[in-house]
Each structure stands twice: as C-alpha cells, then as structure tokens.
Ligand binder design. Structure first.
Ligand code: SF4
Length: 361
C-alpha cells in the first residue's frame, strides 16, 4: 500500500520552486502560505502550465499585492493583464471573487473547502487545492496529474471519465491528516515530473515499490480515456480598420460569452456555416489571403481577416477608435492578436502595393 510518508520524504528533497509556494523547509520553520497567492496561482493554473503562469503571476502580484488591491482594480485593467492566458470568463470571475472576499469576508479568504467552493470561479478542485495548500486542511485535491498517479498506483483500467469517482475515492483514502498541504503539492509534483503521461520515470519514483501498474507493465497506457469527439470548425470575419491618424478600430466584446469583456476586432458571428459579414462600416475592405486560426476548448476558429484604411472622419456603427500610442497588442486575447499579426503584415504589403483588391468593400 502506498504511504504518504514516502512521497512527503521525496517532496522534502525535490519540491519544485514556485513563486507562490512555501518550501517544505520554510513551512517547517513556521512560514505560512499567502492564501491570495495560492488562489491566484490556482486560478491561473487551470488548464495552463506552470511555465506559462509565472510571468502573469509576477505581474499581477506586483500590480495588485493583496486581494483588496485586486478587488479595487478596474475591470479593463485586469482583463488586459490577463490577455493571453485564455479562458477569459476566469478573469471576470477572478475579479468577482476578489470583491466577494473583500465584501463578505473582510479581505481574508475563508479556510474551508466548502466555503471556498461558494466563491465565484472556485470549483471543487480549486477549493480543495486552496484549503489544502493555504490552510493545511486534509482536503483531497484531484486534477489530471492526481488521476494519472492514482490510476497507475492501483492499476485502474476503467477509462476516464467513468473512472473519476473511483480515482477520487482512492485519492481520498491516501490523503493524510499530517501535512496535507505538502502532500497535495507532492502528488502534483510527482505527476508533473516523475509520473508523466508518456514516460513515467518509475526507477526514481518514491512509490515504485507499491505501484501496481509498474509491476504489471501497464503504467504508460494509464489512465485509459474514452475517445474524444472531434472539435467542430467555426468560421467568421474580423475587420481591422486603421484610421488616417493611425488609430485602430476596436470593440469591447459583450460581458457574456466567449472572450467576454475582452478587447477585439469588430467582426461577424462565429458559426459552423458561413455567417453574415457584419462589417462595422462601409470601406474599401480588402481580404487577406491567409486566415487567422485559433483553437478554443470546444472548437477550432478560422477568421477571414479584412483590412482597410479609414478616413479621419470615419463613423463606425460599433466599436471605438484606440489611438496608436494607447494600443497594446498584448492586451488582446490570443485569437485577436493573431488577427492583428496577419493584418499588420497586410498593411505592410498594402503600403508596398502588393495586396490584391478583392472588392468586398
Ligand atoms: S512507479 Fe511509475 S507508474 Fe507508478 S506512480 Fe511511480 S512513476 Fe507512476
């Protein structure tokens, strides 16, 4: 039977260094994790890698060092700082959560998984992770890494998602009362560095002796997964207009829906059949030969990009002009930044007289 003490001893030697983490040695010396940092990192880490999150975490905590600072931030500033991390509903919930913690809890995160799970944007996984890591509660934290480790330790061949309940129960049975926060992080680290999806390094694993999949030789094939459905393709149009003074025509997307509240280029609906073009104003729109492509969780997006030089007195039906010196491409969500990258090369080619006029104005 795997023992938590074995993985904790391994964690004491090999814990990964992360800006939001208190090392096992510091923890023993009495240092407590900052719940704000733990919460922020956990929300950022949902479906994103540690490497991708470090820079964002650093910028957020520099700009908003406490949950009260974040709660007082302008929505647009937070959305812009989040740009590129994806899943923008999360950024909106991040703000809602910060404001709820300030309004209902005086700026201190509640310390139980149940109360944490009532806060906006905190699901059962994140609630358990914060309760364990920030408050050392024996909450069972089950993410993809933990599911993989459990499936292998106990040679569970039932495919995911059917196996979720069984894997959660196995994880619960292993969660110790002693150092549950370090234990949760230890299993995460094991899954990320040793018990990896393709080539588990069983030879150096602290749980190699009790691991049933290692003994059976099934580890690289676990966990099994039911085949995923292919993602549909949605298509649409994006309009990148540059006014004579260099200002860009942008539009803030509605709060609800995909990329809600984010800055973007005016355009059409995104749908599986060709949508109406829905141009923001009549102009000499020229379609670029290349499409902007981006993959979201549930579909692939292909956007036809149209560019136009707009007169200084242009009156678009929607959107607003952002002066050239105020426009930061990094504030755009990734799909919109890809549109801009293509458009920019289109304008450069147009300046050089090489863009074909497709007459779609
Ligand atoms: S022995 Fe191998 S398969 Fe088993 S938990 Fe360790 S790394 Fe994973």
């Amino acid at each position: 039977m795997p023992q938590s003490k074995d993985i904790l001893a391994w964690y004491d030697r090999h814990a990964r260094d992360m800006p939001w983490r208190v090392s096992p040695a510091d923890r023993r010396a009495g240092k407590r994790p900052d719940p704000y940092a733990v919460w922020l990192s956990e929300v950022m880490l949902q479906q994103t890698t540690v490497a991708a999150v470090r820079g964002y975490f650093h910028r957020f905590t520099l700009r908003w060092p406490t949950v009260s600072d974040l709660a007082a931030a302008e929505d647009t500033q937070v959305m812009a700082e989040w740009a590129g991390l994806g899943y923008y509903a999360r950024a909106r919930n991040l703000l809602k959560c910060a404001r709820t913690v300030v309004a209902d809890y005086g700026g201190r995160f509640p310390d139980s998984a149940d109360k944490l799970a009532d806060l906006p944007g905190i699901g059962p996984y994140t609630a358990a992770a914060i309760a364990a890591i920030a408050f050392d509660r024996p909450a069972t934290v089950v993410d993809g890494n933990v599911e993989r480790v459990m499936a292998r330790l106990f040679d569970v061949v039932t495919p995911l998602p059917t196996a979720k309940r069984e894997l959660t129960q196995l994880a619960e049975a292993l969660t110790p009362q002693d150092r549950p926060g370090d234990y949760a992080q230890a299993v995460m680290d094991l899954g990320a560095t040793i018990c990896t999806p393709r080539n588990p390094a069983c030879g150096i694993c602290p749980w190699r002796a009790p691991c049933q999949a290692r003994a059976a030789g099934t580890a690289p094939d676990l966990p099994r997964k039911l085949p995923k459905k292919a993602k549909p393709v949605r298509v649409g149009y994006a309009y990148v207009g540059r006014r004579a003074d260099g200002a860009w025509l942008l539009e803030r997307r509605p709060d609800s829906g995909l990329l809600g509240g984010m800055l973007g280029w005016p355009g059409s609906e995104w749908s599986e059949v060709q949508p109406d073009r829905n141009q923001p104003l009549p102009a000499d729109w020229q379609m670029l030969g290349e499409e902007a492509r981006h993959t979201f969780t549930h579909f692939h997006l292909r956007l036809k990009v149209l560019i136009a030089e707009l007169p200084i007195d242009a009156k678009p039906d929607r959107g607003h002009f952002v002066p050239r010196h105020e426009f930061r491409p990094a504030d755009l969500p990734t799909a919109m930044r890809k549109v801009f990258d293509l458009a920019r090369s289109g304008f450069a080619a147009e300046d050089a007289g090489t863009v074909e006029d497709t007459g779609h104005g």
